[in-house]
Every structure is written in C-alpha cells, then in structure tokens.
Design a protein around this ligand. Sequence first.
Ligand code: 28G
Length: 642
Amino acid sequence: MQKNAYNDESITVLEGLEHVRKRPGMYIGSTDERGLHHLVWEIVDNSIDEALAGYGREITIIINDDNSITVEDNGRGVPCGMHATGKNTMEIIYTKLNAGGKFGGNGYKTTGGLHGVGASVVNALSSYMIVTSYRDGKIHQMKFENGGTKVSKIQVLGDTKKTGTTVTFKPDPTIFTTTLYNYDTIKTRIRESAFLIKNLKMVLKDKRNNKSEEFIYENGISEYVAFMNNGKKPLHNVAYFEGNYTVLESKDTIEVEVALQFVDTYSESIVSFVNNVKTSDGGSHETGFKTALTRAFNDYAHKFKLIKDTQNLEGTDIRAGMTAVISVRIGEKLLEFEGQTKGKLGTPAAKTAVDTVLYEKLSYYLIENKQLTEDIVKKAIKEAESRAAARKARELARMDKKDKGDRNISAKLAPTSEKNKEINELYLVEGDSAGGSAKNGRDRRYQAILPLRGKVLNTERASDELILKNEEINTMIYTIGADYGEKFDLKKCNYKKIIIMTDADDDGAHIQVLLLTFFFNYMKPLVEDGRIYIALPPLFKITKRGKKEEIVYAWTNEEKDKILSECKCPTLLQRYKGLGEMNAEQLWDTTMNPETRTLIQVKLEDFADAESQIDILMGKDSSRRRDWLETHVSFTLEEENI
Ligand code: 28G
C-alpha cells in the first residue's frame, strides 16, 4: 500500500492496438466467456490498484442493459495533462499498449494478473469506450469507437468537486464468441477482491434485472474463511495471523496474512493469493503454510505427550477439515511464477516468510486454545488410522483383482472395443435397465457403459475407508484407470469424456450431484480438464402420423409446443419419465449419437467456493442442491452441437 509519486512523463509508449485485435488470445487468453470477463477484471484491477495506492475506497461495477460495463472508482482520476509525446496522458493510457506502467517498469501496478495488460487492450477489443476523469475540479472525457479509434480529443464537460475515474466499454461482438455478461461470475470475482482488501467497498449492479449487491469486509480473509465454511460445523472461531518478514539479502518485506478454521468434516480447502491475485496452483507460500502448520501441531503433540516422541502427525491428517486462506504481498523484484498457466508462486523467500510468521503465531494460538488443539490432534490421529485402513483395503482390492482377473468388473462394465484414450467415452448410467439400452444402442468402438445401481455413496460424509470399500466407487476408479486423490494422474485416464446419464428427475439430479462430488473430491483434474459431462435426454417424443410416420424429439416445453403447432398431421405426444422408457435405438438417436446428442460440460469457475458448498448440499435440502449447481458449476453446451 505504498504511495508513489508519478508524473506524466514516466509512461513508455510501445505499440498500437491493431495487433490486439488481430491476436486477442495473446492479450486476454481467449475470446470466449472467459476472455469477455477478463476485460472487466482488467479495468477493475486499475481501480483496485488506485485504492491500494491509498486513493479511493469504493468501486462500482455496472452491467448495463446493452451488456456494456461501467466501472467507477473514487481515486485521483486518470491524469489528463500533456505527456512528453505531445499527446494527452489519458489518450496514451487508453490507446497505447503497455502504457500505465504494468510492463513499463515504473512500478505502478500492484495486482498484476496473468494477462494484466491494461486498459488499452480493453479499448482495442471494444466497439466503444468512454473514459471520464474527475480531477482538478473538472470533468474530463474521451470517447473511442471501433477498437480504440478516438471520436474526438479530450473534452471538459464541466466542473466537479469529486475525484475518480469512470470507464464504460462494450465488448466488440465481432471479436467475442459471446458478449453476454454473467452476474455470478463478476460477483464471485469482486467479492474475492473485497475479501482480500479489508474495507474496500465493491458494489455490483445489474441494469438488466435491477439486481444490486455490495461487498465490504472489515475482517478481510477471516470473513472469507467463514464464508467458505458457511453451513458447516466449525470447531472454533476463525483464527487470523499476520506479520511481516524481511528478506535478509535484499531487505524486501513480504507481508503475510493467514486465516484458518477447522470444521467437523474431512476435506481440506486452501486458497492462496499473491498481491491479491489467486494462485490456483499454490506454490512456495502454500508450502510455507503447510510446513509451519505441521511443525506447530507436532511440537504441541510431543510437548503434551499426545503422541510418542518417535511418532509424527502427517500434514494431510492435520489438515483434514481445515479451510484456510493465505494472502501474501511481495514486491515486484521478488515475484517469480511457475507452471504452464503461471498460477504457481515460485519465490523461495515466500516459503520462509509464511513459515516464520505462521509458526510463531500459531504456536501461541495452540497453547491458548488447548482443548481445540487436542481435538484437532485426536482427529488427525484418527485420520492416520483410517488412512492406514484404507491402504489395506485398497491393497486387498488390488490383490483381489489379480486373482480374479477383471471378472467382477467386466460383469458390469461394457468396455469399448478399441483402446483410444483420446476419443473413448465412458457413460455412467443410472439403473440397470437404461444401462441395458445404452449397451445395445452405443457405438461399441468408443463408448463404454457402466451402469450404476441405486444411489452412489455420498463421498462428502464418508471416510476414505468406507468410500474405497464401496463397490460402485471402486469400479469407477478402476475403470477410469488413473487412480484417485493425490495420486490421480490425468494422463492415465482411459476416457476423453465421462458422461453422466440419469433420468431428468429429482433422483437423477441427486445422482448427478453425488457423482460430481466424488469427482471434485477424488479426481479434481478431470473436472478442471473439462472431461466431465452430463447427458441431456429429451423430455418428449413426438410421433408425427402423416403419410409416413416420423419421430421427433423435444428437449424443452417450448420446443415441444413449436413442433406440435407447426405439424399439419395428427401427432402422438409422449413424455419421457426416465431413460428406461427409451429403447436402444431411441437412446442412441437422442442422447448418445455425437451428431445429435446434447452434452453439458461441467466446468468449475471457482473451485474454492464450490467446494465449500458441496458439504451443505449433501443429505440436506434438495432445492439447495439445484441452487448450487446453478451458481457454482458452469454448464457449457458441448461445441459440436451449437
Ligand atoms: C474506473 C475504472 C478503472 C485509475 C488512476 C489514477 C492515476 C493513474 C489511474 O495514473 C499512471 C500516472 C502518471 C505515470 C496516478 C492519478 C497518479 C496521480 C493517477 C481506473 C503513471 C496512471 N494521479 N485511477 N491511473 N500514470 N482508475 N479505474 O482506471 O505517471 S487508472
């Protein structure tokens, strides 16, 4: 949160905007829904940077009726003076690539996301953009159209007492595959920023339906953890630790914040951030967090003789049921990212920083909360025991398979005739009768069928040991062939698509949620890689009784009504109650033939939030399950059908 002095000269002008329009992917990653939303993050990040520089505490994001976006802040206002080039600074910032300093090396940017390329990129990809700066008592404005062409030079519209910046832009429909903004996507992201920056007020308004929400958290990431644990049974109030760590050689300071809370279930959920940007693949700060936690708990357990001197609790066992948010702030000089998507922090000093700060403060905390610490240690010991039991169960299961060959599996699974991981599909089908139709109707070269009997085990409530003993689960793990949990290896996965096919009723929806829960908890990379799909069987069969009988299908009421009203001959309408009512041929035609079927791809936009919700859904209110699916899992229609 340091303040920096700037003048209009420090901008470096690099290149024009044509290239952005030619190769948008290079600047914003993609031109799909993700890229579309990226434009918002880009502009909002500028407002956040201004707030972090110490100017402005309130940011408003408005989704306008025409799907344009307006962002407002109450910072100092974009500078409007003359730049060394003779052009106005505002014009430079919005028309020259890399102006504003993110890559110019003047240290202005603090958020610095992966594609943090600034406002000019957004302008380049917008059909219009209006920038208004409230500054020096005047309202200054510039308008651009068609990807950054200025409409006229900067105008002074009048006097004002306030300061700040307002930007409105409308994404260019010739660039993006969709221009429809998603309220929940924006909401999740700005709520995350509000959690990370204490007392930053974020307001979101949707003019399309007059929805509006505000996010402001005086307790920052502590409230984030409470939010993630919403609906679970916490064992204590959220614990919060903060401190600074100074790197010896360079004297750079790393700011560390950690909030954590244990609940009565078993899954672990850690989200980490560097300079307010999510590090989805963790990195050195998460490693430092884990080493500190493990050491502090083991020290305690040894000191108070909860375990033998020769014994040690394992990190994963301690972290069972723990939710944590880690936020570090590191100077640009020390920033290092790793991995293909650059979502992993490399900076070695961040490990030491988090470890040092957390170990010291957590050690105090544990001693001050003796009962809680003992409960967590006991839980960890139990975890270790059940892990050992699970290992044994698994070994037995594997030995079983060696002895019996694949007999017990193949009795249920209808495998593909060709072994091609790149195209093979696995259908998980509700019920034996639908399973039978699917087996007969499929293209056996690349479609495998695994019928599931009854309800799948609820993996959120059960222990590892129970889960692995469950036959359905066991068969799935074996069929998919890529192990599970930490050992899961996407490369070994036998299928390109794993398709959940259930009846279109409440039971079917429940089975979907249970299966998704299993995949989230034990085969997360499958979800991340977009390999999980939900099949969409039609709701109606319509037989047209003309000269020649013709059968058509409808997936929605509207579709059905349209077909019925447009048909000139007598019709017979049948509402499908379940997959079982379809014969093999019908099932192939409607739900399994890649040419005609509709698949929904399950993608997780925000895993941390979703994970926190899974628990709420299970075994409780069924209407909340629907809600969860609607808000946290994005269902995208498979491309080949749209
Ligand atoms: C509403 C949507 C997005 C912004 C500012 C404020 C300043 C600024 C922005 O400077 C960096 C400055 C000149 C080279 C900085 C104002 C210093 C003094 C600013 C925004 C670096 C640009 N006075 N607020 N940019 N220059 N809000 N919100 O974009 O020296 S961008």
